[in-house]
Design a protein around this ligand. Structure first.
Ligand SMILES: Cc1ncc(COP(=O)(O)O)c(C=O)c1O
Length: 490
């Protein structure tokens, strides 16, 4: 049934104030982006006035187009300034061992990683089957890059205790067709910094590029180091590191849509670009994937960096470091919970040693109490875990988190582990993704309370089912579930 008064295109336009009210009403169902209780997706410094500044800067440049830097020099100036700031923070620029560093502003970490892989691939046109070496703890965006760019992925296992790849395993995975070796600083899932110096050395010895994915930690590790934390070398100070990505929409606290991809020199960056003149329109030249790009995110990031400054970021890093320590203590205080790794950046990641403490139920219990951690499924010998991305806004909440976690753990024990019908579990464990029919998918979705509309409040059953499924089936089920959510409204 089509209602012509609702939806994105009503027959008669709606007054501005009402439209905004409607958006605010829709937002009420979202996770809270502010307030320090959301441990994924959103990076909140909790700095008064920063949102307003970023929004004003965004509005100023929202209609500016990054397609042509000569038409909009304001954007070029801000992009170059952002690249300069990121390079300086990460061991590049005048007076360093990487004086010729260059970079591009992209829309996010995924785009930066795709472009790092593209640059490495296109630097070797002689290879018909290029490959990249990525520790299994590397971000999934490398797999996406490999898939999009038809590059083979050679995964390297991580040690179940340190959660890091062994440099010898990285070296062994390098083949004549390898175009890129990857290290994380830190990994998203566990927040541990790979042995970058050793990995870069084996890459350099093989004549292969080495990308450091500092999308998550590139804007915190340098400040933590200045505060005295024992941060291992991970940036351009390390010989053999050829490119680094750092997301400004993470710990630089800029609104979404900004990451920086740095290369040690212009020659390394050159194959990242795409130019095309073989059509009747303008000759296109794109340093990044998108062509038309809004200046909004770039101006907002520029305003955020200039307003916070080094002193601001240093202060926020100190606050975040203390919050991480407080949350880790809260985890240690609960019987049956165990930190998967000692926090060395801004992630707290824990697992449960006690089968009576079902982590997926615990996540639901925390969510019911207004806290929003991120569940991580068991994978490749690593146990299921709970991930907390900690930002500065969490600091004032730390004292409340301990009691909430203890209470949620008690409720989890009382509720007991998720029990799914054995036949459903058996099906999930044995079904080949190709055998999934629309009926089976609908059956799974109905059984789990998924369908059109918001996800159910409690996700433990969904997570338990996904965990029981082999990885390829997990992926396929999630694709189908999201496909069910993404349906037009009329
Ligand atoms: C280490 C790392 N790399 C890459 C990404 C991908 O970034 P984005 O979600 O901005 O595409 C993330 C996101 O969390 C990350 O933590």
């Amino acid at each position: 049934m089509i209602d012509e008064t609702t939806g994105a295109l009503p027959v008669e336009g709606v007054p501005a104030a009402r439209v905004l009210d409607e958006i605010r009403a829709l937002r009420a169902a979202d996770r809270p982006t502010h307030g320090g209780r959301l441990f994924a997706y959103v990076y909140d410094p909790g700095v008064a006035g920063l949102d307003e500044l970023a929004q004003a800067a965004y509005a100023e440049s929202a209609h500016v187009n990054g397609l042509d830097p000569t038409a909009f020099p304001s954007l070029l100036a801000m992009e170059n300034a952002l690249v300069g700031a990121a390079a300086r923070l990460l061991g590049g620029g005048p007076g360093t061992s990487a004086p010729d560093v260059v970079g591009s502003v992209t829309s996010g970490g995924t785009e930066s990683l795709i472009l790092a892989v593209k640059a490495a691939r296109d630097a070797r046109p002689d290879l018909t089957e290029p490959r990249i070496v990525v520790p299994v703890s590397g971000h999934a965006a490398f797999a996406k890059a490999a898939h999009y760019l038809r590059v083979a992925l050679d995964p390297v296992p991580v040690d179940p205790v340190t959660l890091r790849p062994a440099p010898a395993d990285v070296a062994a995975a390098i083949r004549p067709e390898t175009v890129l070796v990857v290290a994380s600083a830190p990994s998203y899932a566990h927040g541990v910094v790979d042995p970058v110096a050793e990995i870069a050395a084996v890459a350099a010895a093989a004549g292969v590029r080495c990308h450091v994915d500092a999308c998550f930690g590139g804007w915190t590790l340098p400040w933590l180091r200045r505060l005295g934390a024992p941060v291992p070398p991970f940036d351009f100070a390390v010989p053999g590191v050829t490119s680094i990505s750092v997301d400004l929409h993470k710990y630089a606290y800029a609104p979404k849509g900004v990451s920086v991809l740095l290369h040690r020199d212009p020659g390394l960056r050159a194959p990242q670009f795409f130019a095309y003149g073989d059509w009747p329109g303008y000759t296109m030249v794109n340093p990044v994937i998108a062509s038309t790009r809004s200046g909004g995110p770039i101006a907002a990031a520029y305003a955020t960096l200039r307003h916070l400054g080094e002193d601001g970021y240093l202060r926020l890093a100190a606050v975040t470091r203390d919050a991480v320590a407080g949350l880790a203590d809260a985890v240690r205080a609960v019987d049956g919970l165990r930190l998967l790794a000692e926090p060395e950046s801004t992630v707290v990641c824990f697992t449960a040693d006690d089968p009576g403490l079902d982590l997926f139920v615990l996540v639901d219990e925390l969510t019911a109490r207004g806290w929003h951690p991120q569940p991580q499924l068991a994978y490749a010998g690593l146990p299921a875990s709970v991930h907390l991305t900690v930002t500065a806004a969490v600091a004032p909440r730390v004292a409340e988190f301990g009691p909430a976690l203890a209470e949620a753990a008690a409720a989890t024990r009382a509720a007991g582990p998720v029990v799914l019908p054995p036949e459903l579990l058996a099906l999930a464990g044995s079904l080949a993704p190709e055998a999934l029919t629309p009926d089976l998918i609908a059956g799974f979705a109905a059984g789990l309370g998924l369908g059109a509309g918001p996800a159910p409040d409690r996700m433990a059953a969904v997570n338990t089912l996904l965990q029981a499924a082999p990885v390829r089936l997990r992926e396929r089920l999630l694709v189908e579930f999201v496909g069910l959510l993404q349906r037009p409204t009329w």
